[in-house]
Design a protein around this ligand. Structure first.
Ligand SMILES: C[S@@+](CC[C@H](N)C(=O)[O-])C[C@H]1O[C@@H](n2cnc3c(N)ncnc32)[C@H](O)[C@@H]1O
Length: 365
């Protein structure tokens, strides 16, 4: 594994060091415009005490261990507006866990790989990592690929949703585990702890990083965290304030604030600064623009854009449904209209649209 520096190849062509969004990606010449019932926490109940008592208790004072074993109830998914959601009693997660959403996670994984020059990890972990933890592993696609690439590593992926494959290489395993509960992982243990796409999930980023720090090997253990910005932008088209891209992002930020779990992790230097405050050293940040269609001229970016557009198209309803109905109190039809508007605008190649991806990694001193 080649050590990565902040100047190295994950940056998109033309991208500047800072601010990351100042350099446009070159589009293809002459682009053509294309026409292209849940038991859930009541986020709209003003009575905070009532919320704390809700079924989906998330308590700092929880006595449940984070590595509680899989129970049958975890496999009994909840239904909401025709989609399924995980049903752990400990933490309520906002995205569905059905095939439609999970396929999207796998496609996004491949797109992110193309964006990062096919590198699963940017941190300079060396050629022989031994113990690796992937928090909130989703379908486990990153962990599985990492296990293939590093057969000598023992990779553990954790999630509150049992959506990982059962047939995996012997050096990869998956555990149902809620990282918001008490941690039982050994201290000074892992060579790498990986996190990706945990927006709308983390109540206290610095606290999570501090827990990660304790479990990494002193001197040589690395954390890597990759997040995507929910606001869609363009270097070539100006989207007015009331454009669906801006309204969509504002609603997601608002839902995140209401849940106490931010959707703005990729903004500015939020992750980098929290990592440094938690005690990491050699912290490096890389930002790049992820095209959300096939408009870039560069073949690698074009491919990433094609993947991302395909993933977004099928995932967008799942991104918004729980947040808009359960958290912000809209009705289902209003949420569907917003998703349809997003789908229509993201399908327009002539928008030259992209969102920012931020990768941050740091070492335990
Ligand atoms: C957007 S998905 C990202 C999955 C994966 N990291 C990836 O990049 O493909 C977020 C995942 O975090 C999981 N998750 C949410 N809250 C969690 C928690 N408290 N503990 C463990 N996993 C959690 C969800 O179940 C979901 O699978």
């Amino acid at each position: 594994m080649t050590p990565a520096s902040p100047e190295s190849a994950t940056k998109l062509p033309d991208a500047q060091e800072s601010p990351p969004n100042s350099s446009p990606i070159e589009p293809e010449p002459e682009p053509e415009a294309e026409t292209a019932q849940v038991a859930t926490r009541d986020y709209n109940d003003d009575d905070d005490a009532a919320n704390e008592d809700a079924d989906s208790a998330i308590g700092a004072d929880s006595i449940l261990s984070s590595t509680a074993s899989l129970t049958e109830s975890i496999l009994q998914y909840r239904q909401l507006h025709g989609r399924t959601y995980q049903s752990t009693k400990t933490t309520e997660y906002w995205a569905p866990n059905d095939d439609q959403q999970n396929d999207g996670l796998d496609i996004i994984h491949h797109a992110l790989l193309r964006l990062f020059d096919d590198r699963l990890v940017l941190a300079p972990i060396g050629a022989h990592p031994q113990r690796v933890l992937d928090l909130g592993t989703g379908t486990g696609v990153w962990a599985t690929d990492f296990g293939d690439q590093f057969p000598g590593a023992e990779v553990t992926g954790t999630d509150i949703s049992p959506i990982q494959p059962t047939w995996v290489a012997p050096n990869v395993k998956f555990v149902i585990d809620d990282f918001l509960l008490e941690w039982t992982w050994p201290e000074d243990h892992f060579d790498l702890i990986h996190m990706r796409a945990l927006y709308g999930v983390i109540p206290d980023l610095e606290d999570l990083y501090a827990k990660v720090l304790r479990r990494l090997r002193p001197g040589s253990g690395w954390v890597q965290h990759v997040e995507m910005e929910v606001k869609i932008e363009s270097d070539h088209v100006r989207f007015p304030e009331d454009h669906i891209f801006n309204r969509w992002a504002a609603l997601l930020y608002q839902a995140g604030e209401k849940m106490g779990r931010s959707f703005a992790l990729a903004q500015g230097h939020t992750m980098k600064e929290a990592m440094e405050r938690a005690g990491f050293v050699d912290v490096a940040e890389q930002k790049c623009k992820a095209p959300l269609h096939s408009w870039p001229k560069d073949p690698r970016l074009k491919e990433a854009g094609l993947y991302l557009q395909a993933a977004f198209d099928q995932s967008v309803e799942g991104f918004g449904m729980f947040l808009f109905t359960q958290v912000l109190g809209m009705d289902r039809d209003a949420a569907l209209v917003l998703a349809a508007e997003m789908r229509r605008e993201t399908r327009k190649k002539s928008n030259y649209h992209w969102f920012e991806v931020t990768a941050v990694y740091g070492r335990k001193p």
